[in-house]
Design a protein around this ligand. Structure first.
Ligand SMILES: Nc1ncnc2c1ncn2[C@@H]1O[C@H](COP(=O)(O)OP(=O)(O)OP(=O)(O)O)[C@@H](O)[C@H]1O
Ligand SMILES: [Mg+2]
Length: 482
């Protein structure tokens, strides 16, 4: 944010990468173009060399036919091809002297001249011989000279064609390693780019994703990766800013909740302690006033017993308060839910009136992580509440089922008095009770709520007054982190 554009910006690096690859390809393209132009030129030369060789073979064929059959037509054809060959020798002078060297080219020219002369002389001698003259010895010598010049011309043309072929092969051989080197460089460039991309983009994105998931789970941790000066660095900085903000808000929220429950707690403690303290105070005052009278000993004992009872009551309240505030160790282990429900019912059998029917619909084999003592305590609180709401007779059903996403759904439905809509939002508050003084402290549901939360579960209540209440609990099968 507000940082100057530097080389470390990802978009600048990407652009540099593309430009490098582009320049590299253009250079290789230009190199290939020059090479192929040279090869093409060589191919043109090769075709010239081939056509010269063909022309030579043609005039030599007519030459042989002429000396065999003595047709003037063959001699003329040989002369015509010879003329064509001369034309090629002159038009390709530059290429021929480059290919054969100056000396080679001059030799080829000389041989062509020699051949032409020998052909003309042999033609004249053959004409004389045919007319009756005797020149067979000279004719044979002229034909020999002619053939040796012809062979040398053929040899020169063959050398030229061979040289061109070799040159083309040499150029192709030279090109191959350059092409392989280019492909290797391109592969290396690609590998470096992929590695860079993973290092600079994919890995940090994974880190951000993990951190975002942690935030979703309520763990507000910042990403310790602040040496980045690029776009990812900016994203991390913005993410960390957001996490700090969320953490602050969350802490404030928890604080507000604590203060709210502290208010309820204080008024509950004050209210609950007020009665036993009033009673203690009244009993003590009477005791003080009556202290002088000698015949009231029995009455004094009664008063002292009342004081002790009220003190016990006050201690009871303080004890519950301490239990609420106490943070016990959370020790989860594997338990079968059905067995835990049965054990809880056995524990409070004595508190269930005969007219109250308890039905359990829970399959055996739902094995889950739980702190058994805590879950038993939570179930007791819920069952006792249900019994108290029923006023001696009714039905309580306890249902457990496996639910979506590796969770268990537990429902306790009673046929008691139900919960009034204005009361419903407050039932989990500490010290909230609708029961008469001395019957409830209002801590049962808040303790239960804490236990379910500790198991990373959720509890909620539904009710319509007069139609009973239902408490729905969801718990994960696996404990995980609290
Ligand atoms: N099953 C139920 N049916 C009707 N009302 C209920 C039921 N369970 C809880 N409540 C209401 O919720 C209030 C709070 O319950 P909670 O268990 O926290 O406290 P309590 O039962 O009043 O006191 P304690 O549990 O400390 O003896 C109860 O006073 C009652 O009004
Ligand atoms: Mg209760």
């Amino acid at each position: 944010m507000g940082r100057p554009q530097t080389l470390s910006k990802i978009r600048v690096r990407l652009l540099l990468g593309f430009v490098t690859a582009f320049v590299f390809m253009v250079l290789f393209g230009a190199f290939s173009y020059v090479y192929f132009a040279r090869i093409e030129q060589r191919l043109v030369f090769l075709s010239h060399a081939d056509s010269m060789l063909n022309t030579v073979l043609e005039f030599r064929r007519y030459e042989k036919n002429y000396f065999l059959y003595h047709h003037e037509k063959d001699y003329q054809q040989a002369l015509a091809y010879l003329g064509e060959f001369d034309g090629l020798l002159k038009s390709q002078a530059e290429h021929l002297s480059a290919g054969l060297g100056q000396a080679g080219y001059r030799l080829l020219l000389a041989n062509a001249g020699r051949y032409e002369e020998a052909l003309g002389a042999a033609h004249r001698m053959l004409g004389g011989a045919l007319a009756g003259g005797d020149s067979s010895g000279e004719l044979a010598a002229a034909i020999d000279g002619l053939r040796s010049a012809g062979q040398q011309i053929i040899h020169g043309c063959e050398v030229l064609a061979r040289q061109e072929r070799h040159e083309i092969q040499r150029l192709l051989r030279q090109y191959r390693p350059v092409m392989i080197a280019f492909l290797l460089c391109l592969a290396a460039l690609g590998a470096v780019a992929a590695h860079g991309l993973i290092q600079r983009l994919v890995r940090p994105l994974k880190v951000i994703e993990d951190a975002a998931q942690d935030v979703g789970r309520g763990q507000f941790r910042v990403i310790a990766w602040n040496d980045r000066r690029d776009e990812i660095g900016d994203v991390i900085a913005a993410f960390n800013h957001m996490v700090r903000h969320l953490r602050q808000n969350n802490e404030q929220m928890i604080q507000t909740e604590k203060l709210t429950s502290l208010g309820t707690l204080t008024s509950g403690v004050a209210h609950e302690l007020n009665n036993p303290l009033n009673n203690i105070s009244t009993s003590t005052q009477i005791l003080l006033e009556e202290l002088d009278s000698p015949d009231l000993q029995e009455y004094h004992r009664e008063l002292l017993a009342a004081i002790e009872q009220q003190v016990a009551k006050a201690k009871d309240i303080v004890g519950s308060l301490l239990e609420f505030a106490r943070q016990r160790e959370f020790e989860p282990s594997r338990h079968d839910l059905r067995a835990v429900i049965d054990e809880t019912l056995k524990l409070i059998k004595g508190e269930i009136p005969a007219q109250v029917q308890v039905e359990v619909d829970a399959p055996a084999g739902i094995v889950m992580d739980m702190d058994k003592a805590h879950i038993v305590q939570a179930l007791i609180n819920l069952i006792i509440n249900a019994i108290q709401a029923m006023d001696g007779a009714g039905r309580l059903s306890i249902l457990a089922r496996l639910a979506e996403g590796e969770t268990v759904r537990l429902e306790l439905t009673d046929s008691g008095s139900g919960i009034a809509p204005e009361v419903l939002p407050r039932i989990f508050d500490p010290f909230f009770t609708t029961k008469e003084v001395g019957r409830g402290t209002g801590l049962g549901l808040s303790i239960t709520y804490g236990i379910i939360e500790r198991h990373r579960g959720h509890i909620q209540a539904e009710s319509r007054p007069g139609q009973g209440a239902r408490f729905i609990i969801t718990l994960p099968l696996r404990a995980g982190e609290a």
